[in-house]
Design a protein around this ligand. Structure first.
Ligand SMILES: NC(=O)c1ccc[n+]([C@@H]2O[C@H](COP(=O)([O-])OP(=O)(O)OC[C@H]3O[C@@H](n4cnc5c(N)ncnc54)[C@H](O)[C@@H]3O)[C@@H](O)[C@H]2O)c1
Length: 378
């Protein structure tokens, strides 16, 4: 499966590595992912990156590259406002598309992409890579087996601190027209996706968004306004009856990539923190009262999700493996004519939660999360 990828920076690196390792570590794949063409804005950067990561070619014109007949699949790893035009062009050219999160900058653009993907009849996916952490997949397995009983409460947080310094300049992530929103779309979108993956669809939200540093240096000198939130807090009610809270910020002094959740059910609970990637904590009421307590499961056994491909038990894996697993699952789905999850339909569902959170912040009221196209859900 010959890949084109647009984007040569953070995500460009993560996906380049994943394409390499998926081909090498997963011999079960029915087809091998091939790094056909890497697309960047600047020629020198694209060439350097392509040579370093073993891309066969590099290019600077993404519109031309995504239409090439020797390309089967496209990865979009660019700023959020470019996802819509790039994905649309790739879908219209009949390519499988894996797009970085969030799928778009608004729910209507995300719905538009979901409709275009359905028309194209290709495999489509959104890179919510934390669904591919073995401990997270194990948490879902425990929930599906009924070990937690009925879920009552979900607490999700995604805490980083890289924006603390007020002298950091404004980049696309801090501009609403390019990012769509701030901590909300950037990292709370991951928390929403995990909540949807682990508990189910969200019915309504009430939110509070805060901007701590409203003005920063502009990249070309002078000052520029920050037009997105720095912290997003959202209370959620799930369709299935559970309730929850989600909070994300890039100002959590000392917390680097603390993407975590606690899920409380009537019979048990689980707890996960990305900063302790290989561990899942599990508590069950089934234990005798005197033996009750959280147990730390080291998720590195061959029986654990994805671990068969890696090292002997206890030889831990890390963040980049989520991208390898993601490419593995995407290639397997596309080659087998199956759907990948989360697909653009789910990416649009996440985006409608983001939009509802923004509307709720403006109105101060509980806000229903609509269905596709803004339709009310019964
Ligand atoms: N899944 C994750 O864990 C995760 C983590 C970080 C970022 N992301 C997402 O990945 C996307 C990219 O984020 P990033 O951190 O790599 O951003 P970045 O700013 O580091 O890189 C953006 C890349 O897009 C390229 N680009 C910008 N405009 C372009 C254009 N017009 N044509 C071609 N290329 C263009 C830039 O040259 C750069 O290579 C965003 O949507 C972001 O939300 C996901």
């Amino acid at each position: 499966m010959r890949f084109a990828m647009i984007g040569t920076a953070f995500m460009g690196t993560a996906h380049s590595h994943a394409l390499h390792d998926a081909a090498a570590f997963f011999p079960d794949l029915p087809v091998r992912p091939v790094k056909r063409v890497l697309i960047g804005r600047r020629e020198a950067r694209a060439r350097e990156m392509a040579e370093r990561w073993g891309w066969e070619e590099w290019a600077t014109d993404w519109r031309e590259a995504v239409r090439r007949p020797d390309v089967d699949a496209v990865i979009v790893g660019t700023p959020n406002h470019l996802h819509h035009p790039m994905c649309l062009a790739a879908l219209e050219a009949g390519k499988h598309v894996l797009c970085e999160k969030p799928l778009a900058t608004t729910a209507s653009l995300a719905d538009d992409l979901a409709a275009a993907a359905a028309r194209a009849g290709v495999c489509h996916g959104v890179a919510f890579n934390y669904r591919r952490v073995p401990a997270v997949v194990l948490a879902r397995r425990l929930i599906e087996e009924g070990r937690l009983g009925t879920i009552r409460l979900y607490r999700g947080t995604y805490l980083q601190d890289w924006l603390l310094d007020p002298s950091l300049p404004v980049t696309w992530r801090l501009r609403v027209d390019e990012a769509g929103s701030g901590a909300l779309g950037d990292i709370l979108s991951h928390a929403i996706d995990l909540a949807r993956y682990l508990v189910g669809e969200i019915a309504e939200v009430v939110s509070d968004l805060t901007t701590f540093v409203a003005e920063r240096p502009a990249p070309d000198g002078g000052r520029a306004s920050v037009t997105v939130d720095d912290r997003a807090a959202v209370l959620v009610r799930f369709i299935g009856g559970a309730v929850g809270s989600l909070e994300a910020t890039r100002f959590a002094t000392g917390r680097k990539c603390a993407n975590g959740f606690e899920i409380f059910g009537e019979r048990g609970s689980v707890r996960f923190d990305l900063e302790r990637f290989n561990e899942l904590e599990y508590y069950t009421q089934d234990d005798a009262p005197e033996a009750r307590g959280y147990r730390r499961i080291l998720v590195t056994e061959r029986e654990h999700p994805y671990l068969r491909a890696w090292w002997p038990p206890g030889h831990t894996i890390g963040w980049e493996h989520t991208f390898v697993h993601q490419i593995h699952d995407f290639v397997a789905a596309a080659a087998g004519g199956r759907a990948f999850a989360p697909d653009f339909v789910e990416g649009a569902a996440c985006q409608r939660v983001l939009d509802a959170a923004m509307r709720s912040h403006a109105s101060g009221a509980w806000t229903a999360v609509p269905g596709p196209g803004g339709a009310a859900r019964g």
